[in-house]
Every structure is written in C-alpha cells, then in structure tokens.
Write a new protein. Structure first.
Lengths: 213, 334
C-alpha cells in the first residue's frame, strides 16, 4: 500500500507556494489577455503570506492547507481568494486527523476540493474557469482508484487530465466573471484560473509521487 | 507610464493613510486599515450603510463615507474585490444595533466575498441585508438584468439608502428604498483611452487613437462596439438611445442625471456631454430634477465618461434632497 504521512505531506504546500511564486508573471500575463492581469500578483500575495505564516507555525499537510485556505479566503479577495480558499478548505478538512495519506484519503480530499468550490460558485464545466481543470482531474483520479490502480498511477492520470482540462479552456467562450463580457474575444486564450489550478494539481501529483517512493 | 508612486503594491495603503489625515473631520480609520468609517459610526439606533469594492475608482468607494451617507467601506486592491474579512470588519464598524444594509456592485468576486462576510455576520448576530447594483445597461441584454454590472448608479443607491437610514427607517425600509433607487437607474460608459493597474504597469486593453469604445465597463470590460470617435452630441445620442428605452424613461418623468468622468477626461468635456444629454432629454419631455457633473466614479486614468439616469418618485426625491456630507457628494438643505 503506497502512502505518505500527513506530516511529510506538508512538503506539498511548500512546493505549491514555490510554484506560484515562480509563475507569478506568467499567470498575470495570461490573465492580462482577457482579464485584469493581476491573477499572478494576487495568488503570489496569498501564497507568500502563507509561507510567512507557516515559517512561524509549521505543521502537517492538513494544517498547511488550512492556513493557506484561511489566508486566501479572508485576506486576498477578488474572485480567486474565495474560490481557492474554499478549495483548500475542502482539501484540508478531508485530510485533518489522518496519519497516513494513501489513494482513498487523497481521493476524498480531491472530492472535498470540488464540492467546497461548487458550494460558492455556479461555474460548470465549459464555462472557461478553473472548474474545467478541476473536474476532469478529480474524475480521472476517482476512475483510476475505482479501477484498482496504484496511488502514484492515479496521481499521474490526475495530472494528465488536469493538463487536458486546462488546454480545453483555450477554445471556450468565457461564461462567468469579467472575461464573460468579451464574448468571442475570450476564445483562443487559456483561462488564468484553469492554468493556476493545473499548475497546483501538477505540484500535488509530482510531490505526492516523490513522497510515496 | 508616468505615475506618482513609491511601491506599486502599496498604492492603496498609502492613499488611505493620507485620506484619513486629509478628511479627519469626516472619517476615521478602524482596526482594519483597509476599512474606513464615518467618524461617528456606528451611529446608535441607525441602520448602518456599508459598501466596498476594488480600489482605483476614486472618489468611490471611500469618498462616499460620511454623514447620512455610507458608514463604513471595505477598500480592496486595485480593481479587485475586498476579501470577506474586510467586508465583515466594515459591517462591524457600521453596526449601530439596527442592522446593516450592504449596498455594492454586481461583480463575481464581490458577490462571493460579501456572501461569506454575511455568513460570518449572521454567526455573530448582526443582521445584514444587501442590494446589488446592476445599472450598467451594455453589460448584459434586457431580460438578463441580473448579470449587469454596477457602475456610477451605485452612488445614487448609497445616497438614497444613506438618507433613508438617517431618517430613522428600519433595515427593510432602507433596503427597499436602495433597491428602488437602483431599479430606477440606468448607466452606460464610453471609453476613449485605457488605464493601467500600477502593479501591472501597462494597460491590459487598448483603444486606438481616433476610436472610442461604446459601452465600456469600469475596469475596461469591452463594450458593445468600437467605432470612430464622434462629436459629443452624437455620443450623447448613443447614450440616450441605449439608456432611455431600457427602463424606459418617458415624457413627463423626472430624473437625476449623473455624468462622471472615468479619470483623465477633463471636467470641461464632461459638461459638454451633459449639455448634449440635457437637450435630448428636453426634446423628449424628460425633466431634470438634479444634475451632477464631475469625477464621481473613475477608473484610474481611463479617458471617457459614464452617463447615469435615475427616474424619481416622491420617496426618491426626498432621499436625494436629504442633507449629506461626504468627500464625493454633499447635499445642503434645498
């Protein structure tokens, strides 16, 4: 049975913070094509605040995700603050109190991400939002799990589905948020939220695979 | 881009730091430095009026904090909704024990953050009700009004809600009046040049020389069409062609007209636009009861104007006439 400990898992949030910091400009540039151009700035602000908080108050994966959630939800604002805040809250609450994280714990945590974000956002697949990355990624993981595949294989398939999901937003018309008013002009550009979500799920997969080895 | 800036990520903080110094007779800071309140808020026994939104729209939103106006405001990053905590802190700062009316504009981020702040307030036993402004006609077609954005019409909603609260009305009465104000209000913008978020450093959209964007939003959201720049009289005609039939505003109606610059358009030109609007309204038999021209709700250094009309009834007139004092709007006894 492939697992890693909740304590070791804190590395996942550490790596996510690094990924956002490194991709700040890229995410803002993508957002700038059909949005305000501040997605990377806001994400970087929240994740960097989380870094500072975790340096003073470290803990396991559930703890780190909960702190990240609180900062995003209460301090960042915009649309991405509440959306990612809810996402990490759903993730954290499923993992809280678990010593070891294996395929079933991760499956529940991924579903927790999706259900908590859906509780505040009306976005559906096809609307050109981060949901277009998250839904296929979670589905791919659950499918691999149902087929009895190993944890690391399920993570790989989740990551691959996230990339396909992100890329699918390119040809979509934005239906929600500021870009929705662009109509046809929103086509041909990746959605910034779908892109950051793919980046984060990729880090989740890669770091988890590294940890189970 | 030439700007008076130290650290582009600190523009909102430095502006607010100065704001409370300059207007110390009217406003004060709170425990949350991004929440500014009317100096005497919370006013005991009065419904609190709260708003908030992204910064970069000066004098909105903070400029409408004052006497018989907004009691507390949440000031987000440039063009970005304040987080839930900030909205909640503004609710607390405005709560005088009679409930709080949260009057804000229809944007995805604000809707989510307000919803979470209202949940928090409910847990803490503060009664909060909201009105979401959706006066920007070009942002969604008729029949889909709920999708429309809130723009300069929000000012009239605050004015009416603030007056109603000052008259001693209950929370439900304040909400009903603010709701009526926005339901009777229609706006539209025309942009001539873009704006740039200081931290981004360059405009994220362009309007070519000699062109104008009809129906542009407060953050550069694209409008209905881009066309050759026209004389003011023709632009005024476009405003009226879109705004008047939408409500509709008809012969015999009495209205408030609010022409606001979007940031870098000279006030002189705003008066020229007003002049042309006034002629059309006169022709159509629509009577102007009150007029405002100036930089009431801007978008950084965007060039352009918004035109806002509100149809009045006796209650709305009484609220518009009610005395108020804020940086953005004053009303003396009429």
């Amino acid at each position: 049975m492939k697992t890693f400990s909740n304590k070791e898992g804190a590395l996942i949030i550490d790596k996510m913070i690094l990924a956002i910091q490194e991709n700040k400009q890229y995410l803002s540039d993508i957002d700038g094509l059909i949005g305000d151009g501040d997605h990377g700035i806001n994400m970087n602000k929240g994740f960097t605040m989380c870094r500072e908080e975790l340096d003073n108050n470290p803990g396991d994966l559930a703890h780190s995700a909960k702190i990240l959630s609180k900062i995003l939800m209460m301090k960042i604002g915009g649309s991405m603050g509440p959306l990612y805040g809810k996402l990490y809250r759903g993730f954290a609450s499923e993992l809280s109190g678990k010593d070891e994280i294996g395929i079933s714990e991760m499956g529940a945590a991924l579903e927790g991400m999706l259900s908590s974000i859906q509780a505040i956002s009306p976005a559906k697949p096809g609307d050109k939002t981060l949901i277009d990355t998250l839904v296929p990624a979670v589905e791919a993981f659950k499918k691999a799990q149902a087929e009895g595949k190993e944890f690391d294989v399920a993570l790989d398939e989740m990551k691959a589905a996230a990339i396909v999901g992100r890329d699918s937003t390119k040809d979509m018309l934005a239906q929600l948020g500021r870009a929705s008013r662009l109509g046809e002009r929103s086509r041909g550009v990746l959605d910034a939220g779908a892109t950051s979500c793919c980046l984060l799920l990729g880090v989740l997969a890669d770091t988890s695979i590294e940890l189970v080895k | 881009m030439q700007k008076f800036v130290n650290d582009p990520s600190k523009v909102v903080d430095e502006m607010l730091e100065a704001y409370v110094k300059v207007h110390a007779d009217l406003v004060s800071t709170t425990e949350n430095e991004r929440v500014i309140k009317y100096k005497h808020a919370p006013v005991k026994g009065k419904v609190g009026i709260v708003t908030g939104g992204g910064s970069g729209h000066k004098p909105a939103f903070v400029g409408y904090v004052g006497r018989n106006m907004v009691d507390a405001v949440a000031c987000g990053e440039i063009f970005s909704s304040p987080p839930a905590q900030m909205f909640y802190d503004a609710i607390k700062a405005a709560d005088g024990g009679k409930g709080v009316a949260l009057l804000y504009g229809n944007y995805a981020g604000d809707n989510m953050n307000v919803a979470m702040a209202m949940d928090e307030a409910e847990d803490e036993g503060i009664e909060v009700k909201k009105v979401v402004a959706n006066d920007d006609v070009p942002s969604a077609p008729k029949g889909e009004e709920a999708k429309r954005r809130g723009v300069a019409g929000e000012i009239l909603m605050w004015k009416v809600g603030g007056a109603k609260a000052a008259m001693g009305a209950s929370l439900d009465e304040v909400i009903a009046a603010a709701q009526k104000a926005i339901k009777n209000t229609r706006s539209m913008g025309v942009g001539l040049a873009p704006c740039a978020i200081p931290e981004v450093g360059h405009p994220n959209f362009t309007i070519e020389e000699g062109k104008m964007e009809v129906g542009i939003g407060h953050h550069g959201e694209p409008g209905i069409e881009v066309c050759d720049l026209e004389p003011s009289a023709k632009i005024a005609q476009r405003f009226c062609n879109v705004i008047l039939p939408d409500l509709p505003f008809e012969s015999g109606d009495e209205v408030v007209v609010l022409i606001s610059g979007l940031g870098s358009t000279p006030v002189m030109e705003q008066y020229i636009v007003f002049n042309d609007i006034e002629k059309i309204l006169k022709e159509r038999g629509i009577k102007i009861y009150l007029s405002y021209v100036g930089n009431y709700f801007t978008s950084l250094e965007m060039a352009g104007v918004t035109c806002t009309l509100m149809k009045l009834d006796e209650e709305l007139k009484e609220c518009m006439d009610y005395e108020c004092d804020s940086v953005g709007m004053q009303q003396f006894q009429r």
